[in-house]
Design a binder for this molecule. Structure first.
Ligand code: SAH
Length: 321
């Protein structure tokens, strides 16, 4: 039998050939051109800033600046930190589940009208390994998300002190109390702007504020460790609060442990609607209301929904790639 014929390459016309060559040239220099454009833009910005500092801007420039200032920013300004400092407290499958919850969290934030700045602190151990293994370490490419090896103490120690939440969004914090901004000890004043969220807190969250940082415990423990995050927050001398579940959802017990992404999604929804009832109902699965009493009996006054997350497959992370 004859060897299979080589695939016929249709002969290109002269102009088509030229077009192809040009396309190739452009593709080869694309990165370089982009870098040049970026540098030119930066230089333009720098010159403008210099002029502004020297008071040399003309009125047209000033008018443009004013216009930009007034543009509403689609940012809430608040910050959410996920505390990943519980790596050694989880089983392997719980680590996997946590990583899925992180992916759901990121995905919800990316789709939100008013996203939070996201920080994940204490990245280490099996959690890091798992994230590295998923979709070619896709987590490293998540936008608007910082990964810290250090614990959340970094919020009030060192260089991060200057980056207060809400500062870059142009939001004037409506509720900044005088004592928050005027405390002599800067670390103490930052601590006052931090709230560790936990179902075990006596305090109830009434509202979210753009100038505050909310910590969510990055742990899946199926209710093994009651008061774990509460204790940690107390030790760090930071405030705690629970979502106002009992107040708004009559059929549920006050202490209801949700997953990381559920808590985060409720917060996103609150920023959008400023209404806890709507936000809670939007995120907590309906069947949980119907079966709330039964589960409550099993777990004392607690309903645990972490199983929901465990039941969810690991596709979340894959779909994030
Ligand atoms: N045993 C853990 C529970 C982990 S649930 C603990 O000690 O908190 C994962 C995280 O979601 C919690 O750490 C908490 O930050 C948040 N969370 C879950 N349910 C919550 C609720 N009802 N109110 C506030 N935060 C909650």
């Amino acid at each position: 039998m004859d060897s299979p014929a080589a695939p016929a390459t249709p002969a290109l016309s002269k102009s088509a050939q030229k077009r192809a060559e040009r396309k190739e040239r452009l593709a080869a220099t694309k990165l370089e051109r982009r870098a040049k454009e970026k540098a030119a833009k930066k230089e333009k910005k720098r010159i403008k800033a210099e002029k502004r500092a020297a008071g040399e801007l003309d009125s047209a420039d000033e008018a443009e600046r004013e216009r930009n200032k007034k543009k509403p920013k689609l940012e809430f300004g608040g910050r959410v930190l996920i505390d990943l400092g519980f790596d050694d407290k989880m089983l392997d499958k719980e680590i996997n589940s946590l990583c899925s919850q992180l992916a759901y969290t990121y995905s919800a934030n990316r789709q939100a009208s008013f996203p939070f700045s996201l920080i994940c602190s204490s990245l280490n151990g099996r959690t890091r390994d798992r994230l590295e293994a998923n979709s070619d370490a896709a987590y490293k490419r998540w936008v608007n998300t910082e990964w810290w090896e250090e614990g959340y103490e970094r919020l009030w120690s060192g260089d991060v002190l200057s980056v207060e939440p809400g500062a870059e969004s142009g939001n004037v914090p409506e509720n900044s109390s005088p004592e928050t901004s005027a405390t002599a000890d800067p670390a103490q004043s930052v601590k006052q702007s931090i709230v560790y969220l936990t179902a075990d807190s006596e305090e109830e969250l009434t509202e979210l504020r753009p100038n505050e940082t909310y910590i969510i415990g990055g742990i899946v423990d199926r209710n093994r460790y009651k008061n774990l995050c509460l204790g940690k927050a107390k030790e760090s001398d930071i405030r705690t609060a629970a979502l106002p579940i009992g107040r708004y959802l009559e059929n549920l017990p006050t202490r209801k442990v949700l997953t990381v992404n559920q808590v985060f999604e409720i917060m996103l929804k609150w920023v959008e609607t400023r209404d806890w009832e709507t936000s809670l109902y939007a995120v907590i699965p309906k069947r949980k209301f119907l079966s709330g009493g039964k589960n409550g009996e099993k777990e004392g006054s607690t309903v645990v929904t972490e199983e929901d997350a465990l039941a969810q497959s690991e596709v979340a992370i894959e779909s994030e790639a």
